[in-house]
Write a protein of this length. Structure first.
Lengths: 342, 342
DNA sequence: ATGAAAGCGCTAACAG
DNA sequence: CTGTTAGCGCTTTCAT
């Protein structure tokens, strides 16, 4: 409805120079005025602002970025190393992404999202960083690219990674203490009466490996056994794999630690198909505490990751690094949420 | 592990000019060589490429973008009009976003994600478009910004919107035929024995309003009744609201059409809490066919939206518009998926 | 407080 | 086929 009767002057003032001409000042002054610099006469500034508003002028961020050598954009990259088809629709990562978008927006940054399949190009991270389009980068998930990330960390400061923390690692990471989470899960399983445990998930992924290792710690200490049941994350494959695992281990396991709630929910369905009662025949603990954990039947006992805190930490640390501060990694504590499956 | 003993020449060749000097040619030639233009001597090109590779040179996309007046970036914006806190973690939108990322990547575009709260600034769309950072924009969800989008559509070509199609609208939209979907849902409910229907959802949102309208079409035609039960999308609020609705309508409804699967899953839990049997006491139909629809107990009968096709359509149409082609909107057919709740 | 001028790094005529 | 030149739109000294 705005300007319905104008002569079709399609945005006659596109550049700061156009605006300067209209205001009868120089481009430099317009730049200063719009950037809110102090050294501009109030009247001049007001005039410029008025004209800018009137014509809906927006400074070109590419040009500004080029000149100032910063873009106001943070890159967020999701490497899809193992298990290609999954992750980008993975509820956990997507929720994290949502919070990241919020946090970055709050700080005036835009978010450039990139999904990469590292196998296809070893160069994925340098390419993104070197593009000149982003001031910093957040990597969501180490996938199987731990070494690549380490390499890059040496030469590039403004990077923070969501993932697992390892002793002596050089890249700055934010993530849940997965090993502790694994311990918590196994403890719960055993407390609920299980003694022959199984871990459902892909231990190739470093975070899952840590969860499994934590569970092994406890199993060893408490005289329980634990086996790994390799399972992909994508629901279509996972379904069959879980069914097969359940058939193969029938009667020989009484507690399952699923690497994620998604897997746990799938597992619950399969368990029902097998006529196994949860938690009476088999106890089950998930990981993440996604919304679905409340909605399964029975509701899922799980290990909670604080996604909002994670996103907050990622952005906070990145901003500090952007400012040149050195930063430690941030390891968040997992938290047991007891519902009805264990 | 790469160059662990080098003299710290931190990327000595940052610009095309550096590279040109090393190769003993002019910057212009380097530009042409790297851009794969035909008019470069093969040997020269190879030499340039070799040096570029050796030094890990990446052309600055801001500079290139500024000069060519195109950025290779597509903006994706999610307006959070009604129901602020929700959407960005909404499974449906996030899945769509994932597919969009894939599609755009396939076509060599980057994706800039922006989450906006239109109430807070009326200018959200123009600001994004005018930033000079993006070649085109995909709007995910009309939210309550239909008019704003219409306004912009008149003056800006490369925009495609995910949402509801209305007779005579000016912006190019891709979306499911929500009204038809609503009809399908109501038909199923009635076929399953329901006669006093209820619609669970926020009819302020135009897409949901269309779903409700479709259900009304059928109810009216088949001698059934239908009432709207306003419900927010965010799980925390929805839970209470659904419980309240169920209490208030106890015994007076026998079929529920939930605006989304997420709502339906929540509703299923509440129904169980009320001791209502599904589908015997109350039939339930969802919308979307998200993964959760298979995992509820009993599994959810729902109306499927083809998210992958949606993403494909959005990108395809946007690319055409970018090429100057005029385009029609794309309305996708919903599809009934019968499981066990109706 | 403002103007003039010099680029940021790259591309696209235009010459040769 | 390649070099030269002139900017893209903005910011920032350096003068004034």
């Amino acid at each position: 409805m705005a300007n319905s009767d104008e002569t079709p002057v399609r945005r006659p003032v596109r550049t700061i120079t156009d605006l300067a001409r209209l205001a009868g000042v120089s481009p430099g002054t317009v730049s200063r005025a719009l950037a809110g610099k102090s050294l501009v006469n109030t009247k001049t500034r007001e005039k410029i602002e008025a004209i800018a508003r009137e014509h809906g002028f927006r400074p070109n961020q590419m040009a500004s970025g080029l000149r100032r050598r910063k873009t106001g954009v943070i890159g967020v990259v999701i490497p899809l190393g193992h298990d290609t088809r999954q992750q980008i629709s993975d509820t956990f990562f997507m929720t994290l992404l949502g919070f990241l978008a919020d946090e970055l927006t709050r700080h005036g940054y835009d978010l450039m999202l990139r999904r990469v399949v590292p196998g296809a190009d070893a160069d994925w991270l340098d390419r993104f960083i070197g593009s000149g389009m982003i001031d910093g980068v957040i990597v969501i998930g180490q996938s199987d690219q731990y070494d690549r990330i380490e390499d890059v960390a040496d030469g590039y400061g403004p990077m923070v990674v969501w993932g697992n923390h390892t002793e002596g690692q050089r890249h700055c990471v934010v993530g849940t203490d997965n090993r502790l989470g694994g311990r918590i899960a196994a403890e719960r399983l055993i407390a609920a009466g299980a003694i022959r445990l199984a871990f459902l998930g892909d231990t190739t992924a470093i975070e899952f490996a840590a969860r499994f290792a934590g569970a092994q710690d406890i199993a060893g200490r408490m005289g329980a056994s634990i086996i790994a049941l390799p399972t992909h994350l994508s629901p279509d494959r996972a379904n069959e794999e879980i069914a097969a695992h359940l058939a193969a281990t029938a009667g020989r396991i009484d507690g399952i630690f699923a690497a994620t709630d998604t897997l746990a929910a799938l597992c619950l369905t399969e368990l029902r198909n097998c006529g196994l009662a949860v938690p009476d025949d088999i106890r089950l603990v998930g990981f993440d505490d996604l919304p679905i954990a409340r909605q399964t039947v029975p509701p899922l006992t799980t290990v909670r990751q604080d996604i909002a805190a994670g996103a907050h930490g990622l952005v906070d640390l990145l901003l500090r690094r952007l400012a040149g501060e050195p930063t430690e990694s941030l390891v968040l504590p997992p938290q047991l949420v007891v519902r009805q499956t264990a």
